[in-house]
Design a protein around this ligand. Structure first.
Ligand SMILES: *Cc1c(COP(=O)(O)O)cnc(C)c1O
Length: 358
C-alpha cells in the first residue's frame, strides 16, 4: 500500500532525554524552558520574529484574529475547513471571494471586486494552498487601498521563502499548524507570526486566559498554550527538518517532471521554493478525478479529493462574492501520496499509474 500521508515519528531516545529534563524541572507548561528553546530555534530557522507557539493551528487563527482586532473577514473558499470554521466559532462575520484558476490561491482581482461590491471586511484571510505562496504583493497593495488587515493561513507553508524572505513575514499575522500530519509537528500544536510586536504581546496574554505578567486579567482570554512535552517533540523533530524538506521537495519535483503534459499542476509562485507539503493534480473534470482515484485505490495507492467541498457550500449563510473557480477546482483536484517516508521508487510507480489512467 502506498499511503497518502505518514506522520514523522520522533526519535524516542532523544525525546526521552528531553522528557526526563521536564520531569527534573517539574515545569510542564506555561511558557517553560523547552517552550522558550523551541520558539528561539523556530524563529531562527524560519527567519521570523514575534513567533508565538499555540496548542494547535485552529486556535492560532482564532487568536490571531482577536489580537489584531478582526471582526469581519473575507476568506478564501478553497482551504481546509478550519480556515473558516475557526472564525465562525467565535461569531465573526464572514464572506468569500474566489480563487485564481491557476494557483488556486485567493485572487487579488476577486478581492478588489468584492470591495467594489460593498464588502466591509476589516480583514482578508488567505491560505498559501499546498504551500504555494499567495500573490502577497498584490494583496498587500489592495490592503492599503481598501484598509484591511491580512491573516495568512500558512499551515502548509513551513520553510517556504519568497526570494530570501520567509513567506511568514507577509501580512499582519501568519499562522502555522504543527499537527502530526504536517511537515513539521509537535503532535498537536501551531504558531502565529506577527508583523507587529504589540499584537504579539496581546496574543501572548490572550492564550493564557488574558492574564498579564504580574497576574492581572486584562482581556477576555482562552487557554491555547503549547506545553513542554509538545515542545520536546518539536525540538526533536526540528533536528530532522532539513532532511525532510529536501526529500519532500525532491519528490515534488520528480512528480512535476513525470506528470508534465499529463495532468495540470497548480501554478507555483515564481519566486518561491517548494516544500513538498502536498502533491496536488487537477484532472479534466470531476468524473475523471473519480476514475483516477478509484483506479489508484484498486492498485493500493491512496489519494484524496482535497479540498472539497468549496467552503461556501458548507457555510452557506456567509456573504458570497462569487466562488466559481473554487467550486470547479474542488471537483477536479486530487492529492497524490506525499510524506517523509515515501520513496522515489514509489513516486515513479504512482506517476506510471496516473499516466495510464488519463
Ligand atoms: C491543518 C490545517 C489547519 C488546522 O490546524 P490544526 O493544527 O489541525 O488545528 C488550518 N488550516 C489549514 C490550511 C490546515 O491545513
Amino acid at each position: 500500500m502506498i499511503v497518502l500521508n505518514s506522520p514523522v515519528k520522533p526519535n524516542l531516545k532523544k525525546l526521552n532525554k528531553l522528557l526526563e529534563q521536564v520531569n527534573e524541572n517539574s515545569w510542564y507548561t506555561n511558557f517553560g524552558p523547552l517552550h522558550s528553546e523551541l520558539t528561539a530555534k523556530l524563529e531562527d530557522y524560519l527567519g521570523v520574529k514575534n513567533l508565538l507557539l499555540t496548542n494547535n493551528g485552529t486556535s492560532a487563527l482564532q487568536v490571531a484574529a482577536k489580537a489584531i482586532g478582526s471582526r469581519n473577514l473575507l476568506a478564501t473558499p478553497f482551504s481546509f475547513v478550519a480556515t473558516v470554521s475557526a472564525f465562525k466559532w467565535q461569531h465573526d462575520e464572514l464572506g468569500f471571494a474566489d480563487i485564481d484558476k491557476k494557483s488556486l490561491n485567493l485572487s487579488p482581482e476577486a478581492i478588489r471586486l468584492a470591495y467594489l461590491k460593498g464588502c466591509k471586511a476589516d480583514t482578508v484571510v488567505a491560505t498559501h494552498v499546498y504551500g504555494n505562496p499567495c500573490d502577497v504583493k498584490s494583496i498587500g497593495e489592495l490592503s492599503e487601498e481598501n484598509n484591511f488587515q491580512i491573516i495568512y493561513d500558512a499551515a502548509h507553508a513551513f520553510g517556504i521563502k519568497l526570494g530570501e524572505d520567509s513567506v511568514l513575514n507577509y501580512g499582519d499575522a501568519s499562522t502555522l499548524s504543527f499537527h502530526a500530519t504536517k511537515i513539521f509537528h509537535t503532535v498537536e500544536g501551531g504558531a502565529i507570526v506577527f508583523k507587529n510586536s504589540d499584537n504579539f504581546d496581546r496574543a501572548k496574554e490572550l492564550i493564557n486566559f488574558g492574564i498579564r505578567q504580574g497576574g492581572r486579567v486584562v482581556d477576555v482570554g482562552i487557554n491555547a498554550k503549547l506545553n513542554e512535552y509538545q515542545a520536546a517533540v518539536g525540538l526533536v523533530n526540528l533536528e530532522e527538518i532539513d532532511n525532510i524538506l529536501n526529500h519532500r521537495s525532491e519528490l515534488f519535483h520528480q512528480y512535476c517532471e513525470g506528470l508534465k503534459g499529463v495532468v495540470e499542476i497548480p501554478q507555483w509562485h515564481p519566486q518561491a521554493n517548494t516544500n513538498g507539503a502536498y502533491m496536488p493534480i487537477l484532472l479534466e473534470n470531476g468524473r475523471q478525478m473519480k476514475t483516477v482515484a478509484n483506479s489508484l485505490k484498486a492498485n493500493n495507492i491512496q489519494s484524496r479529493n482535497y479540498f472539497e467541498p468549496s467552503l461556501d457550500q458548507i457555510f452557506v449563510d456567509s456573504h458570497n462574492y462569487g466562488t466559481k473557480n473554487s467550486i470547479a477546482a474542488s471537483e477536479r483536484i486530487l492529492c497524490l501520496p506525499m510524506h517523509a517516508y515515501l520513496t522515489s521508487y514509489e513516486v515513479s510507480s504512482v506517476i506510471e499509474k496516473v499516466k495510464c489512467l488519463v
